[in-house]
Design a protein. Structure first.
Ligand code: PNS
Length: 177
C-alpha cells in the first residue's frame, strides 16, 4: 500500500535562471540534477533589453535551444523573464532559485545575489556544485573559442553547435561587408 506521509505538501518548484547565450553542457548538468530534487523546474531566460546587442542569440533563440535540450526532462519547462528574478518567482509560486557553482570565484557574487534576492521575497537559493568535467565551462568562453575556430563540440549539444557555427559565420560575413 502506498503511503503519502504529507498529503498537504505543496509542489516544490525551482527556477534555474541564466542568460544561456547559448546553453552549454554545464547548464544541462545543473538543470538535470535540479529536476531530480524538485517537482517542477522552470529554466528562466533573462531578457535584458539593454544587453540584447551584446548577446549572440535573441531571447527567442536561446529559449528554443533550451526547449529542445530540456525535452527529455518531463518536469522541466522553459520561460523568459524581464525585470527582477524575484518578481518572476513570486508570480509563479517559486520558492527556490538553483544556481550552479563552478569554483570559489563564482561564490562571492552568487552569495551577494542570493542574499539580495532573499531580502526581497521569500526565496532560498540552492547551490549545486558543477560536475568537475564542466568546472571551466562558460557560454562566453565557448563563443570565444568557437569564434577563433576551436573545437567546442564536446561542450555544447549538437544542435546548439550547429546554430552557433551558423551564427558566427553570419557575424563574420557582416563584419567583412
Ligand atoms: O547566466 P547569467 O548571465 O549569470 O545569469 C544572470 C541572471 C540572469 C540570473 C541574473 O542577472 C538575474 O537574476 N537577472 C535578473 C535581474 C535581477 O533580478 N537582478 C537582481 C539580482 S540580485
Amino acid at each position: 500500500m502506498s503511503h503519502n506521509p504529507d498529503p498537504e505538501r505543496q509542489v516544490r518548484r525551482a527556477v534555474c535562471p541564466g542568460s544561456f547565450d547559448p546553453v552549454t553542457n554545464g547548464h544541462i548538468d545543473i538543470i538535470s540534477r535540479a529536476s531530480l530534487l524538485f517537482d517542477e523546474v522552470v529554466v528562466a531566460v533573462g531578457i535584458n533589453k539593454s544587453k540584447s546587442r551584446a548577446r549572440l542569440f535573441t531571447a527567442e533563440e536561446r529559449m528554443s535551444m533550451l526547449e529542445k535540450v530540456c525535452a527529455d526532462f518531463p518536469n522541466v519547462t522553459v520561460a523568459g523573464f524581464e525585470g527582477l528574478l524575484t518578481t518572476f518567482c513570486e508570480e509563479r509560486g517559486i520558492r527556490a532559485i538553483v544556481k550552479g557553482l563552478r569554483a570559489v570565484s563564482d561564490f562571492d557574487y552568487e552569495l551577494q545575489m542570493a542574499q539580495m534576492n532573499s531580502s526581497l521575497v521569500d526565496v532560498e537559493t540552492v547551490f549545486i556544485p558543477t560536475s568537475p568535467e564542466y568546472s571551466f565551462l562558460a557560454s562566453s568562453l565557448v563563443k570565444e573559442v568557437a569564434t577563433f575556430g576551436g573545437d567546442v563540440s564536446g561542450l555544447i549539444p549538437t544542435d546548439v553547435l550547429t546554430r552557433l557555427t551558423e551564427r558566427l559565420a553570419e557575424r563574420a560575413r557582416e563584419d567583412r561587408a
